[in-house]
Design a protein around this ligand. Structure first.
Ligand SMILES: Cc1cc2nc3c(=O)[nH]c(=O)nc-3n(C[C@H](O)[C@H](O)[C@H](O)COP(=O)(O)OP(=O)(O)OC[C@H]3O[C@@H](n4cnc5c(N)ncnc54)[C@H](O)[C@@H]3O)c2cc1C
Length: 399
């Protein structure tokens, strides 16, 4: 018979950690629940940071009401960092030397922005956006700036560009690839994203090669293969670092992220992991999405308690830019063909495999199509491309 669980330690105080704590208490865990978090704030959501918070919303986007969190009797260690896991002794060491014993451990440490050149971190006018504190700093700087350079044409970079345009700044986006968000969507969607930003007078510098940033007396100079410019401020959104050393030193198997099974278990006994730091147990990729951080963490918390859990949701994320809601469901597949459906309300891009089954749907202001696409994906439904692309056809008939 397995030992009763009386001490759970969670490393990380973000969205995955928050959902895991909520689930652990709701599933009846009554023992000591310790959360080691290097940010001083209660659990909060990051999506508003690049949207409402940058454009003025002053309140922390709490994940749960304060009273709910207080009711979970969390034994907080914050702001503190976990620096070492001893999986044999079942202990976690913190940056102040404290050592915490655990029966089960959950790693939910998220990710941090990665700079192409570490020296950029020394420039006051080069910023990144991950945390509430980052957003406060960036908001202050945007208020005084006239020209913004965004390095990286991925989701975060484009959202910052859109918000900055709405705040009245001149914006240039530098992207090394020939297309925007090329890692996560097909060329048709990249083109639609480019059109959206061009319409709002963002200068797009695609295929720009390596970018160099030089500090000036005031602002920065951005040098690239295609264009040189000066800006008051540069925001860098060129990908993240999953900080896997902590897990690796404990013997936990990692690839792109921490490898977990559908119940959130890692390769090491009694260590579980959740959120951005993990790769999807079935898709084998780190998704970095709000929906994944919530639902995979719920599964991991159940798995940690020894309850049934089998996480296998499709990839899903959204982005809001200039009031347009963009949703991405599923992942690109090889030999895909794109069916575009243009309606007065918005446009949807359906990517079908060779057997006309959906692999990815990307919608611009068409949330209803995402709901339908979730069903088609789950049922592996063979679709009629002509009907899909005909804006006069009733998609509900494909339900
Ligand atoms: C600006 C921004 C906008 C986004 N917008 C969207 C969106 O529109 N749609 C969408 O689907 N997704 C969006 N995302 C992604 C989504 O927010 C993330 O996928 C989600 O926050 C991941 O949650 P997490 O708990 O895994 O990681 P995080 O939320 O990053 O939490 C991890 C926490 O662990 C802490 N930590 C790390 N190491 C340690 C350590 N050793 N000791 C103690 N604490 C540690 C970190 O500081 C952090 O507080 C956005 C992300 C950002 C940054």
């Amino acid at each position: 018979m397995s030992e009763p669980i009386s001490r759970i330690v969670v490393i990380g105080g973000g969205q995955a950690a928050g959902w895991a704590c909520k689930t652990l208490r709701e599933e009846g865990f009554g023992g000591t629940l310790t959360v080691v978090a290097d940010e001083p704030h209660d659990f909060y959501e990051r999506p508003p940071l690049s949207k409402a918070v940058l454009s003025g919303d002053a309140s922390l986007p709490r994940l749960f009401p304060e009273d709910d969190v207080a009711g979970w009797s969390i034994d907080w260690r914050r702001p503190k960092r976990a620096t070492h896991i001893d999986s044999h002794a079942h202990t976690v060491t913190l940056d102040d030397g404290e050592r915490l014993a655990y029966d089960r451990l959950l790693i939910a440490t998220g990710a941090t922005p990665r700079l192409p050149d570490p020296r950029w971190a020394e420039h006051d006018d080069v910023l990144t956006l991950r945390s509430w504190d980052d957003a406060q700093r960036l908001k202050r700087r945007l208020a005084d700036a006239r020209r913004l350079a965004v390095v990286g044409g991925g989701w975060i970079g484009l959202e910052v560009a859109a918000t900055a345009r709405r705040l009245g700044l001149e914006v240039e986006v530098f992207e090394r690839q020939a297309a925007l968000c090329a890692r996560s969507v097909g060329p048709e969607v990249s083109e639609a994203l480019a059109a959206l930003h061009l319409r709002e007078n963002v200068a797009l510098r695609l295929n720009c090669g390596d970018v160099a940033i030089t500090p000036l007396a005031s602002g920065v100079r951005i040098t690239s293969d295609v264009h040189d410019t000066q800006a008051d401020l540069a925001v860098v959104g060129t990908g993240v670092d999953f900080g896997l050393e902590l897990a690796r030193e404990a013997g936990v198997a990692t690839q792109q992220g921490i490898v977990v099974d559908q119940a959130g278990a890692t390769s090491v006994a009694d260590i579980f992991a959740a959120g951005d730091v993990t790769q999807h147990p079935v898709l084998g990729q780190c998704l970095q999405s709000w929906g994944y951080a919530q639902n995979q963490a719920i599964a991991a918390a159940r798995g940690l308690l020894g309850k049934a859990a089998a996480y296998d949701d499709p990839a899903w994320l959204w982005s809001d830019q200039y009031g347009t809601n963009i949703q991405i469901l599923g992942t690109p597949c090889p030999d895909t063909r794109c069916v575009v459906r243009q309606e007065p309300l918005g446009t949807s891009f359906f990517y079908l495999d060779a057997a006309d089954r959906l692999c990815q749907a990307v919608t611009f202001d068409q949330p209803r199509h995402i709901k339908l696409a979730k069903r088609w994906l789950a049922a592996r439904r063979v679709l009629d491309p002509d009907m899909l692309g005909d804006p006069t056809s009733n998609l509900m008939r494909l339900r």
